[in-house]
Design a protein around this ligand. Structure first.
Ligand SMILES: Cc1cc2nc3c(=O)[nH]c(=O)nc-3n(C[C@H](O)[C@H](O)[C@H](O)COP(=O)(O)OP(=O)(O)OC[C@H]3O[C@@H](n4cnc5c(N)ncnc54)[C@H](O)[C@@H]3O)c2cc1C
Length: 400
């Protein structure tokens, strides 16, 4: 077995940012995972997919200049404000990895066990790696939230929007799409464009759409409505600029911010691909779902009305978001999982992203309950990478 070092699990924006910052501080580490696998899968599933975030808010972080998303896009004549395509972002990530983190090992981690003083990672290729510290940077992969009513259906009949490998596979099918956020609205647009017949089922009384940000802004507009990675409001700006302050808030206040700051809403550029083109039923909840031959029968309830109605469709897609839940991280051994203190179902983290298990850290969406909504987005990678690299440069082995 090799000498213990820091192990990063996941080669997405957070894992790559961390590796880049650890290398700059000469902290010995290894990074495991297929680079940008999550984003490449989203891009492959359908064309015309765009980021909801601005170009400036979607940087993979490096301590060296010349590695921002705009640095990649500008010389190639690609969009440098919004909307940037997801395919373009996946290519940027691969370029970043090649230029900044070419030591990434494209193998998944199958298991992490805990030996109190250190960790042992078992890789998919059977190799065992001893690590002094482990940083879990595996994004949203394991956290897709399926509504209770759909949980008994087989995966071929009902699936989460995150698991779709090809929207073209739905051609000719009637599909119920549940949810009112970007994932559900985008899925409905992509299904329609792929020749399916989607129908949106939305619990809320209306659909919210974002307003297009202005590329040129007066100094007064910049002060009054500062644009940040989370959008154009002073509260959003404060949350993206001051994650340390968010971390010091009492847990109940943090939870309230997380719930209320970013309601489900669609990007402005998606609106014309959905409104008037996709049938929508607002105020509608799916209370039951069962297989009906090769189809799915949904029992729908409108508002307070108790007289339900039946909807028969070929498939159901849940665009119902994500819930960070330590219990659902499959590669952490049960005794390690149980030792992790929680805030709700998420890990409770200290100011350097460390959990109650010394040496075990969680970043990206898994850290958003502790550090704020910006950490559900790529924009949180810079703060994360700097903070952890500073902490580990004090305690970990350097390259020799
Ligand atoms: C449809 C969609 C659109 C989105 N749009 C935006 C947007 O516009 N802007 C934005 O900022 N955010 C967006 N997000 C949120 C986005 O997922 C996160 O911001 C971002 O991916 C976080 O980066 P990450 O590195 O934590 O995770 P990821 O990018 O998911 O990277 C995690 C990596 O870990 C790997 N991994 C998982 N398990 C293992 C394992 N056992 N071993 C090794 N590797 C493993 C995965 O393959 C993956 O490549 C979107 C999410 C979705 C689903």
């Amino acid at each position: 077995m090799s000498k213990p070092c820091v192990a990063i699990i996941g080669g997405g924006p957070y894992g790559l940012s961390l590796a880049s910052h650890l290398a700059a501080r000469n902290v010995a580490h290894r990074i495991f995972g297929r680079p940008m696998a999550f984003w490449s899968q989203i891009a492959r599933a359908g064309s015309r997919r765009y980021l909801k975030s601005y170009c400036f808010g979607t940087n993979i972080s490096s301590p060296h200049p010349g590695s921002t998303f705009a640095d990649y896009n500008g010389p190639r004549g690609l969009e440098t404000f919004e909307p940037c395509s997801i395919e373009n972002f996946a290519s940027y990530g691969l370029w970043f990895q090649e230029h900044n983190v070419d030591w990434t090992e494209p193998v998944d981690v199958a298991n992490v066990s805990w030996r109190r003083q250190s960790f042992v990672l078992t890789l998919d290729n059977g190799e065992e790696v001893e690590a002094s510290d482990v940083i879990v940077a595996t994004g949203l992969a394991n956290f897709a939230r399926m509504p209770q009513a759909l949980q008994a259906l087989p995966g071929t009949a009902a699936m989460h929007s995150a698991w779709i490998e090809s929207f073209a596979a739905f051609q000719g099918l009637e599909v119920a799409v549940i949810g009112s956020g970007q994932s559900a609205l985008e899925a409905a647009a992509l299904l329609r464009e792929a020749g399916a017949a989607p129908r949106l089922l939305i619990r809320k009384p209306s659909t919210l759409w974002m307003i297009q940000g202005s590329r040129t802004r007066t100094p007064w507009q910049r002060i009054r409505w500062p644009i940040s990675a989370l959008g154009g409001s002073p509260k959003a700006w404060a949350l993206s600029q001051l994650p340390g302050a968010f971390h010091r808030l009492p847990p109940c206040l943090r939870a309230r911010f997380i719930e209320n700051l970013l309601p489900p809403e669609g990007a402005w550029w998606l609106r014309e691909r959905v409104e008037t083109l996709v049938p929508v039923e607002h105020d509608t909840t799916v209370v039951e779902a069962r297989e009906n031959g090769h189809r799915v029968s949904l029992r729908l309830r409108r508002g307070g009305n108790k007289s339900d109605r039946e909807l028969l469709v070929d498939r159901v897609i849940a665009g119902t978001g994500y819930e960070v839940n330590v219990e659902r991280i499959p590669f952490l051994e049960p005794d390690l999982r149980h030792a992790i203190a929680r805030q709700g179902t998420a890990p409770r983290l200290d100011a350097s992203f460390q959990s109650s298990v010394p040496g075990l850290r969680f970043v990206g969406p898994a850290s958003s309950m502790s550090f704020g909504p910006v950490f559900r987005f790529v924009a949180g990678a810079e703060y994360t990478a700097r903070t952890i690299a500073t902490a580990l440069s004090r305690t970990s082995a350097a390259y020799t």
